[in-house]
Design a protein around this ligand. Structure first.
Ligand code: NDP
Length: 471
């Protein structure tokens, strides 16, 4: 009995292993809907000035209706024949509609893989111990790659005499939507099969009993090819995030072509997003010990999300400002920049405090004072005991996820840069709030199972989850 409980404890480290019918249905519904939603947001900005109301919905049904009519009229009405014609039409009209974007995206992926594997490293980073007790090594060179890529993108455009413009990404944005979806779907299928056929660390896999849930949420914790090619770090942290600032920049260049100047709203958004992205690469080693890398399994959720969701929804505000240019007053500009910087200060310092206290084994200063913390113990699947630290002071004494408050303040500043109350500017804030609040509950369950009484003690000492005295 006790043994079973211990096994259950270890199983639940990453994500839930018992998926209920409702969880499976919700997961499937959400993830099947996500590609349409991403396409819908793209269409609303491309054709409707980023208005998500009736226009795109009517268009969507018209496109589906026309598609259906064309298929029916080109066949004799047999089901198999119609499916064949439909697949052929999707292939020619959608997949190959912008072959150039498809080729460029595939080259972009190969470039990112090569840079991760062969570009000089700042250091070799160590991940968090997995439930099975593996501590993996990662090549930390994201900052160098980010700088080199931006130099190449700008220099390439200038040297080619604008044969390809700085607005290249914006011009081919629809083609990239198709390309990223193809890769995202293919990748999630690939990792699902790999988890069964050639898992990297079999003991760190999770099976829920539902193929659908496993496909969506992932089976392998750290799928790899060879010693270094780590799917999670490469896809979570490279093609989409390096591209994030390039995409913004490209919308800025497109705006320059359109208006003859770049609005200060676009400049502000580019600055705020760049702070977030450069921080990510500067502190790439820290990222190895966040939930994304340390606990989430790699399935459709991350594979498709990294390829499509991240580049298309995280950059929506620059698309919005491109389609709805606005000049901000100087006081408003300063106010939003300040909110973004305060958010960044909290975000970065909270994350650093957690990292430094563990790295120094508590021998550090937090806000100028020796830290207070709980020395917690946990076990890995091999039964070995380990020690860890749960910080109870600094930002981690205010609430159990005060780092999220900083992130959400930054998200607010991103939205407010657009100076509009439309849905799309604040969509990212809304999405991040849902994601982070859900993550708080996931993380709470996981940490309770991992640390047991130590976690209960931490919750007693730090009762608030996110905002002190509120939640
Ligand atoms: P955290 O960095 O808050 O990590 C939570 C983990 O830290 C816990 O699972 C536990 O892991 C450990 N921990 C919890 N409490 C303490 C404590 N008191 N002292 C020391 N360690 C503790 O979560 P995330 O990985 O979700 O977030 C990292 C950052 O990334 C955040 O700032 C967040 O805002 C941001 N983020 C951004 C996203 C985006 O898409 N832009 C998405 C998600 C997050 P253990 O003990 O097992 O090591």
């Amino acid at each position: 009995m006790a043994k079973n409980q211990e096994k259950k404890k270890l199983e639940l480290w990453g994500r839930a292993t018992d998926a209920t019918v409702i969880t499976i249905a919700l997961t499937l519904g959400l993830f099947a809907f996500a590609p349409f939603w991403a396409a819908y947001l793209w269409a609303s900005c491309t054709y409707y000035q980023c208005s998500i109301t009736t226009g795109p919905i009517v268009d969507f049904f018209n496109v589906v209706q026309n598609f259906q009519d064309e298929i029916v009229s080109s066949t004799n009405g047999g089901l198999i024949e119609m499916i064949g014609a439909g697949v052929y039409k999707i292939f020619t009209d959608v997949v190959l509609a912008d072959r150039e974007a498809l080729c460029v995206y595939l080259c972009w992926l190969v470039y990112n893989f090569a840079m991760y594997l062969y570009f000089p490293v700042r250091k070799i980073g160590l991940g968090q111990s997995t439930p099975a007790g593996h501590v993996l090594k990662y090549r930390i060179n994201g900052l160098y790659v980010w700088i080199a890529t931006h130099v190449v993108y700008i220099a390439g455009s200038v040297l080619s005499n604008e044969a390809y413009g700085l607005d290249y990404i914006c011009v081919h944005w629809g083609g990239f939507l198709v390309a990223t979806n193809i890769v995202g779907l293919a990748l999630s299928l690939f990792v699902y099969m790999k988890a069964h056929i050639a898992p990297s660390h079999p003991e760190d896999r999770k099976f829920s009993g539902s193929k659908i849930y496993d496909y969506c949420m992932g089976i392998e914790l750290n799928p790899r090819i060879g010693q270094w090619f780590d799917f999670k770090l490469v896809f979570n942290g490279r093609p989409g995030i390096v591209a994030w600032t390039l995409i913004n920049f490209s919308f800025g260049a497109a705006q320059y072509k359109q208006l003859g100047y770049v609005t200060n709203a676009m400049v502000l958004l580019n600055i705020l997003h760049a702070i977030y992205v450069v921080d990510f690469f500067y502190f790439e080693d820290w990222y190895l010990r966040t939930i994304d890398i340390a606990h989430d399994h790699f399935g459709y959720y991350l594979a498709w999300g990294d390829c499509v969701w991240l580049p298309f929804t995280y950059t929506l505000q620059s698309f919005y400002i491109f389609r709805n240019p606005v000049d901000l007053s100087t006081p408003y500009f300063i106010l939003i920049l300040s909110i973004g910087l305060v958010g960044y200060y909290i975000f970065r310092n909270a994350n650093n405090q957690k990292d430094i206290v563990r790295k120094t084994n508590g021998r550090c200063l937090i806000f100028g004072k020796p830290p207070t913390f709980i020395r917690a113990e946990y076990r890995t699947a091999d039964g070995k005991p380990h020690k860890s630290i749960l910080l109870t002071c600094g930002f981690w004494g205010l609430s159990r996820h005060f780092n999220y408050v900083g992130d959400l303040l930054m998200c607010f500043a991103f939205g407010a840069s657009c100076a509009s109350f439309d849905f799309i500017p604040f969509y990212y804030l809304f999405y991040m709030t849902v994601l982070l609040v859900h993550r708080i509950s996931r993380d709470n369950d996981r940490c309770r199972l991992k640390y047991g009484v130590y976690w209960d003690e931490y919750c007693r000492r730090v009762p608030y989850k996110l905002i002190p005295y509120v939640y």
